[in-house]
Design a protein around this ligand. Structure first.
Ligand code: R5P
Length: 298
């Protein structure tokens, strides 16, 4: 029988327990000049290794990425096959050359990952202009977590709720949310000025009628500065809604954004631990394990 192992951090350890596989930890050192030096607790011959590391709060995203790439290469020396599992894929939003002279970063990062991986797994990759299969040549899987996260909203009835997406690209994950929570949906339009960064939102004329008296759940894949979700919340609050709520996957922000979201008076703010954040409410370990098994990756 093939020997499979999980290598990673605390999240990886819990995934290994869920999958009933051996686990290898690593020491995470950052030198004074910012260079990283991850060190595996041991090297163990394996047929398949899953590397899973969560970006820590306050950790530089580039340091996270380099650490991940160094470990991927190291694992090659003792494992036949490696599954790179990055709960959040850095640089996925740079999925186009928006202005001449820019690198197509999402593609270039994918090329670095696949150099030492046989398969790639991530959660709710930002698939706006590029799908996961456009970035990776190795088998790559984008796990949609909203269909599991809806369990946190079961006190709401779909018939009296509206799920709101901030832009047309949100359609895919709003649909995924509604798969197990068949509420009506409302999708905003978002336009960003590339020079100034200023964002404008467009919404249908009948938005007031759709939202009146409803439990409104604003969903987004990523919350970074909070600008997008807060602007949509501001528009929604003009209407006579029943409650306002937030559901998102990746929390790039610090506590300041949580405080700003709290000012809008939400009933629920639900997000995951794809990135480290002590306030997370939805743990990804069980859905990750289930998806890996379903896709027969382990
Ligand atoms: C954009 O297309 C994404 O789906 C998010 O809406 C965006 O990245 C959120 O960023 P911020 O919180 O900085 O507005």
């Amino acid at each position: 029988m093939d020997k499979k192992i999980v290598i990673g951090d605390e999240l990886g350890e819990r995934l290994s327990q869920e999958l009933n596989l051996p686990f290898i930890d690593f020491e995470d050192k950052v030198f004074a000049d910012g260079e990283v030096r991850p060190r595996l607790a041991k090297e163990e011959k394996a047929d398949e290794a899953i590397l899973i590391i969560q970006k820590k709060q306050g950790e530089n995203i580039n340091a996270y990425l380099i650490k991940y790439l160094l470990l991927l290469k190291k694992i090659r020396s003792f494992s036949q096959k490696t599954i790179a599992l990055m709960p959040y894929l850095p640089y996925a939003r740079q999925d186009s050359v928006f202005r001449e002279g820019e690198p197509l970063s999402s593609l270039y990062i994918a090329e670095l990952i696949e150099r030492n991986a046989d398969a790639f797994v991530t959660c709710n990759m930002h698939e706006h202009r590029k799908k996961i299969g456009d970035l990776f040549k190795i088998p790559a899987y984008n796990i949609f977590l909203f269909e599991d996260m809806v369990e946190k909203f079961k006190e709401f009835s779909p018939s009296t709720s509206v799920v709101v997406g901030p832009d047309k690209e949100a359609n895919a994950f709003v649909d995924n949310f509604c798969k197990n929570f068949p509420a009506s949906k409302l999708i905003f339009g978002k336009q960003r000025d590339r020079e100034t960064g200023k964002v404008d939102f467009i919404y249908p004329q009948n938005a007031e009628k759709i939202l009146e008296g409803k439990d409104v759940i604003i969903v987004d894949d990523i919350v970074s500065t909070g600008g997008t979700i807060l602007e949509v919340a501001k528009i929604i609050k003009q209407f006579q809604i029943k409650t306002i709520n937030f559901a998102f996957i990746h929390s790039i922000f610090g506590d300041e954004v949580i405080n700003q979201l709290a000012v809008t008076g939400p009933k629920k703010i639900i997000f995951t631990n794809t990135l480290e954040n002590v306030h997370y409410a939805f743990d990804i370990v069980k859905p990750l394990a289930r998806h890996l098994l379903e896709k027969q990756m382990i």
